[in-house]
Design a protein around this ligand. Structure first.
Ligand SMILES: Cc1cc2nc3c(=O)[nH]c(=O)nc-3n(C[C@H](O)[C@H](O)[C@H](O)COP(=O)(O)O)c2cc1C
Length: 214
């Protein structure tokens, strides 16, 4: 395979960061998120890349969906026995990345991840569509399977046998909450003079703000 993308170039000029008055990264996140939510060019505004360090010591990123922001934390749901789950068990330092091309914006968060309480996970699980509950129950996420058709068949059999039954949240499925200690906001600007602002959480719980070179 061969590909030359050296002529792919975009001029970024959509917006700019007003560095005056920055205080709290959650406030800036909320502002940017609100704009992104209303941007029709963004299909899944809550899609974010979760990066973990694996037991093989390699980083791995994959998309998960942000489902809630509360207690100054970012919540997503997954299988606790998946590759990411196993990585998190060993190393709770993770990063989240949002990229909204039409806004020419990127946000990178570093934080500490932990499981949400089981009651919180139960509540969210109970609100999922029935078939999503069943697939969470049937899928041993990240494990090698014999075939996709076998999985489909298992799903069909399960659905037939469990019509209208209430599905309990599997113990190996639930929420994670990422508590940020660093936010980096990137705004594309003309001539590659992009704007970057880094918020770092100090021991005093105040946020230190630094402007970074593009
Ligand atoms: C748009 C999109 C949304 C996704 N949302 C989730 C999610 O919320 N939770 C999840 O566990 N996997 C989600 N996935 C699948 C993950 O990217 C990944 O394939 C899966 O979690 C297994 O990752 P792992 O083997 O590294 O643990 C999503 C994938 C895409 C492309």
């Amino acid at each position: 395979m061969k590909e030359d993308l050296s002529n792919f170039r975009k001029v970024y000029k959509k917006s700019q960061i007003n560095f005056n008055g920055l205080k709290d990264p959650f406030v800036l996140f909320e502002q940017w998120f609100k704009i992104a939510k209303n941007d029709k060019l963004i299909e899944e505004v809550n899609a974010m890349v979760l990066s973990t360090i694996g037991n093989d010591e390699f980083p791995k990123g994959r998309v998960v969906l942000l489902k809630k922001i509360y207690l100054n934390g970012f919540v997503f749901f997954s299988n606790y026995n998946s590759e990411k789950g196993i990585s998190i068990n060993k190393n709770n330092k993770v990063s989240l990345l949002f990229f909204w091309p039409s806004q020419e914006r990127q946000i990178i968060i570093k934080g500490i991840v932990s499981k949400t309480s089981s009651s919180f996970s139960d509540e969210y699980f109970s609100k999922r569509p029935f078939k999503s509950q069943v697939s969470a129950f049937l899928s041993n996420q990240s494990e090698i399977i014999d075939s996709y058709s076998k999985l489909k068949k298992d799903m069909d059999i399960f659905l037939k046998e469990n019509k209208n039954k209430k599905i309990k949240r599997p113990k190996n499925w639930g929420g994670y909450i990422v508590k940020p200690f660093e936010f980096e906001f990137w705004q594309g600007r003309p001539d590659r003079l992009h704007q970057r602002v880094l918020f770092s959480l100090l021991k005093s719980k105040k946020w230190k703000i630094n402007i970074l070179s593009p």
